[in-house]
Ligand binder design. Sequence first.
Ligand code: GPV
Length: 841
Amino acid sequence: VEASIPEPQRDAWKKFQAKPFVSKDDFEKEVVRHVETTLARSMFNCDETAAYAAASLAFRDRLITEWNRTQQRQTFADTKRVYYLSLEFLMGRALDNAMLNVGLKNVAKEGLSELGFRIEDIINQEHDAALGNGGLGRLAACFLDSMASLNFPAWGYGLRYKYGIFKQEIVDGYQVEVPDYWLDFNPWEFPRHDIVVDVQFYGGVRKYQDEVGKNVAVWEGGEIVKATAYDVPIPGFDTPTTNNMRLWSSKAASGEFDFQKFNSGDYESSVADQQRAETISAVLYPNDNLDRGKELRLKQQYFWVAASLYDIVRRFKKSKRAWSEFPDQIAIQLNDTHPTLAIVELQRILIDMEGLDWDEAWTIVTNTFGYTNHTVLPEALEKWSVPLFQNLLPRHLQIIYDINMFFLQSVERKFPGDRDMLARVSIIEESQPKMVRMAFLAIVGSHKVNGVAELHSDLIKTTIFKDFVKIFGPDKFTNVTNGITPRRWLHQANPRLSELIASKTGGLGFLKDLNVLNELEKFADDKAFKKEWAEIKYANKVRLAKYIKSTTGVTVNPAALFDIQVKRIHEYKRQQLNIFGVIHRYLTIKAMTPEQRKKLAPRVSIFGGKAAPGYWMAKTIIHLINNVGAVVNKDPDVGDLLKVIFLEDYNVSKAEIITPASDVSEHISTAGTEASGTSNMKFVLNGGLIIGTCDGANIEITREIGENNIFLFGNLAEDVEDLRHTHNYGSHTLDPDLVKVFDLIKSNAFGDAGAFGALTGSIEDHGDYYLVSDDFHSYIQTQTLVDEAYKNQEEWITKTILSVARMGFFSSDRCINEYAEMIWNVEPLPVEKGSGLGKEE
Ligand code: GPV
C-alpha cells in the first residue's frame, strides 16, 4: 500500500523538508547533535570513535536527503534504469569519499578541528566495507561511483554479508584468517524493514493443463527465507545525484523464531531454523577466480537474484506499462556468471506468474540482460551439478532444460548434423553427474557479452566461446576495457598530486573528464613542475615507509626504488616469479664487491595480498616471501640495497596509502591469464611505472602511454599453449639462474626447504604451467633495465608525467559511457546543481 500524504497536508511537509548542510557551522551543529542525542554522549565523553560516528551520521543524513530527491526525480522522469547485479562490492571506506564527492571535505576538516579533532584520525576510525575479493568487486564499486557521477539512473544489487573478506594476519610467516565482522557500527546503511521479499527453495513442481488447455507449472512446498533490504547511498562527484546500492540480508520466514515449534516445546530447533536461514547472507566466499560448486553459494546466488528481480519487477509493474516495454525501461548487467540465475528467474516470473508465452517472455529476457565475463581460467568458470540444482531449484532446472532445448534446436537448424557442436555448446554438460554450464546460459540469455580488456575480449571469442561466435555472429560479443574512478584513486588517495594537477589544468575538471590530464604533457620537461612532482612522490613514499615501520618494524629508505606487487595471491599472477627474482637479486648482491654494491640502486620489494584459505600453493608463496624477508632484511651484507616487505591484510584503504608510493609496480601474469587488471591503472595514474607482461590492460596502457614508458617482458599469449605443450611432451630445462635460486631455497637458506617443495616442484617437475622458468630470464633482464633507468631521475620523472598525462582513457567514466551506449541503451538524467550542494571549489 502506498502511503502518500494527501495534497492539503503537503505544505507542512514542504516547509519542514530536510535541508542538507553546506556551512561549517551547520556541520558542527549536526555533529554535536548526533554526539549528544544519537550517541547519548557529550563533550566530556567523546573519543575519536564517537566523533567518527557523529561526523558520518551528519554526512549520511545529507546523502539520504539527496538520495530521496534523486529517487523521486528518477521515478518521475520514468526513464530507463540500469541494475548492476554483483555478488561483490568492494567499497572500502565511505566517509572520505562522501566528503569529497559532495565537495565538503574542507568544511568538515575545519569543523572537526574546531571541535577538537584531526580529520585524518577521524577518517581512520572507519572499518572498510570489504564485501569483495579483489578486482571484480572493486570494479563494481568504481562503476557505482561513475554511474552516480555521470547522473545515470542506476542501482547496484548485492548481498549484505555479515562477514566480508577475512582479515589476514601473518603469524610466523604464515597467513592466518580472522573473521571480519564489520557491522558492529555501520552508519552508511539504511535498513528497510518494510521491503521484505519471500524467497523459496526446494519443494517440487506440479504440472497440469488449465481450463483452456494451457500448460501450467506450479512450484510448491519447500521452504521460505525472507530477504530484507538494506540501502546504501552512493553519492556522485560534484552532482546531487545519489544512487542506491541495495543489499539483501536473510532471515527465517517466521521472524524471530517459529512460534509453533516454540509453543510445542521445540525451542532449540526453532532457533536452529532461524540460524540456518541467516547463514545464507552470513559470509562472502573468499575465492578469487575459483569456483568450488558449494550448495550454500548457489543458495546465496538464488536468494539475491530472486529478491532483486522481485524488486525490479514490482517497480516496473507500478508503471502499468505493457510487458513488451520491460527492456525499454530496464537494463540488467550480470557481473560475471554469479547472477546468471536472474535470466531463468525472469523467464519463470513471466511465464509461470504473469502468464506470458515462452517466446514473448524469452524476447523480453534476452533484451534485458548483458553479461560481463571476467576470466578465461577454466577453474573459475561456474558449473552446478544437476542433482544439486534439481533439489534446490526444481522449477528453474526445468526452465534451463527448455532454454537449452530451444537453443540446441536453433543450433541444429544452423549447423545441421553437427553433433560435436551440439555437445560442445549444450548448457548441460553430459558428465557424471551432469553439470549446468553457467557461462553458456549467460550467453544464450543475454543480448551482449563483453570481456574487460581488448586481449581478453579477443581471447573469449577465439577460445572458450568460439562456437557461440559462430552461432550468434560476432556482434553479440564486444569489449569494454575496465577503468577506475579517479575520484578515489587520485583525488582521495593522492590529494597532493590531485592539487598539483588542478593548479595546472584549471581546477578539478580533470576528475570529471580525465582526458584533461593531457594538458600535463607540456610540463613533462618543466623543471619547477618536475620538482614538485618528485617531492609529492617522495612524500608518499615517506608515508608508506612510516606505515611499514609501524606495522612490520622494518626500516626502509624512502629514497630506495619502491617496487610493489599488491593483489590477490595466485599462481597465475606470479608472485612466485617476483620473489624468485628477489632471491636472484639477493644472490647477486652477495656476490658483489663493495664498489659494485655502491652502484646498485637500493630497492624495497613490497608485497601484499590475501590467499584463498584453501589455496595451499598461494599460502606457500606468502610463506616464502616472509621467510625471504626475515633473512634478507637482517643481512648486514645487504643493508639498504634490498628490503623485502609483506604488508598484512591488504585492502582498499591500505591500497590508498600504497598505490601513490610506487616507483614501479608489478603486473606480471602469464600472458593470456589476467583478464584486465585494474591496479595497473591505479599505479600509473599515481605516477608509478609498470613492469609487466603483454597481458590484459597492460597492452592498452602501453598503447596509450607509449612503449618507452613501460617495462614489458616475457612470452606472448599466442605462444603460451605451445610452450606448455613442450614442457609436457618435449624437453623442459629450467633457466640456469632460476636453478641457482632453487638451490639456495633447497639449502634451507629460508627455513626448512620442505615447506617450499610443492612450489619449486610445480615448476621443476609438474610442467611449469604458468611459465615461470620461460619468463625468468626476460624478467631479470627487465629488472636490470629498471635499475638503470631509475638512476636517471630526470628522465624517470618525465616518463611518469607523460604516463599520467595519457591515462585519461582508463577512467571508469569512459567505461560506463561505453556500457550505456553499446549495451544498456540508457541516457543520463541530467540534474541542475541544486541548492544544498557543497560549493567549495
Ligand atoms: I572471475 N576477477 C576477480 O577479481 N575475481 C574473480 O573471481 C574473477 C575475475 C578479476 C580479474 O581477475 C581481473 O583481471 C579483472 O581486472 C577484474 O576481475 C575486473 O574485471
